[in-house]
Design a protein around this ligand. Sequence first.
Ligand code: ADP
Ligand code: ASP
Ligand code: MG
Length: 410
Amino acid sequence: MARIVQKYGGTSVGSVERIEHVASRVEKSYTEGNEVVVVVSAMGKSTDQLVELAKAITDSPSKREMDMLLSTGEQVTIALLTLALQKRGIDAVSYTGWQAGIETEDTHGNARITNIDTARIEMELVQKKIVIVAGFQGASRLGNITTLGRGGSDTTAVALAAALEANRCDIYTDVTGVFTTDPRVVKQARKLQAISYDEMLEMANLGAGVLHPRAVEFAKNYQVPLMVASSMVDEIGTMIEEEVTVEQNLVVRGIAFENDVTKVTVSGLPNKIDTLPTLFKALSENNVNVDIIVQNQLDAEHVNVSFSITECIIVETLRALEQVKEELGFTEITHEGELAKVSIVGSGMASNPGVAASMFEVLAQNDIYIKMVSTSEIKVSAVIDEENMVLAVEALHEAFRLAEEVEVVS
Ligand code: ADP
Ligand code: ASP
Ligand code: MG
């Protein structure tokens, strides 16, 4: 007997028929003798629809009420899936996030899980019940309902698997695993047998929406064996684990990308010791999350600083900069939108010089100008025009031979 946490995403529970299908899969795992805890997302696009409803009322909804609203999506699915299991004569029970003991910070929209009290779930498992838990939500110590950020049901599943010391956490979704890049964008994308926690974390942070980054963080920190597989097709998925057998010749394992990037440039900043701290403190105090930062020397006394943000926080960013304009004494703020970030990821990069050079060469051959660059031990990211994003991903996928089946070196 194993203890298994399964998670089914929005598309996989997008209709009554699909919920029935999920129920039959859950029933199968249970009748094989396993203890099963299931985490589900809101049906289909219902979270987006809830966001639209709030927008129809106000442009600036309070974050607390948004969490109250969005958390209802998952509550619908847990009840329906539980009913589908009960109809099959199986003892199942549904739990919202707070009922399942998921405690989070008292912030809204993107709260972190701080603790999980598994007592109630354990009690149900002892009674041989299947427990169905609402993903993406929890409650703070103050008793406020919170949500974990878009895509956060993955994190609920992995965090529960860690807290319950489950043998496995299986993430069932609308693709058959983790691919070399998004298979909905690049036809040649190839499914990976396995990927390391570190590589997956980079991919997720750099825009590969298949897993929520914090889910990968939990999996790594608590060494949860994690698998991504299809909820529809019976096919072995992708394992995410600590050590992965190296695929021959493969320095780059995957390509991630995201659009809606904006580059902001603050020009003519006096080159003083406290310029950068003042500038970035003002941004962080206004909750502006900055990604890539580049500084250029303008003349002996002045520098220009550019940084990238997601497009949706441009208003807050400009407001924060205006607040410190006098204190900093810069001459101008400019910004450029409709950009994208394309990143190549692979742990083999650390010991292989020249990967960045190859990436820049491929982009240049395709007439794609690079606006910003950032690197880490296992990734290189380039900010480019959004209109070139797909071309860049396809060209890099081809150049780094990611579509080719590779021999595994043991
Ligand atoms: P769910 O609702 O099941 O959580 P998501 O839409 O959040 O599903 O995640 C699955 C989607 O992630 C896929 O449909 C695919 O378009 C996208 N995706 C992005 N990058 C990758 C990748 N490298 N491998 C697989 N899927 C990816
Ligand atoms: N329903 C939430 C969302 O759409 C959480 C999730 O699906 O993981 O973002
Ligand atoms: Mg998801």
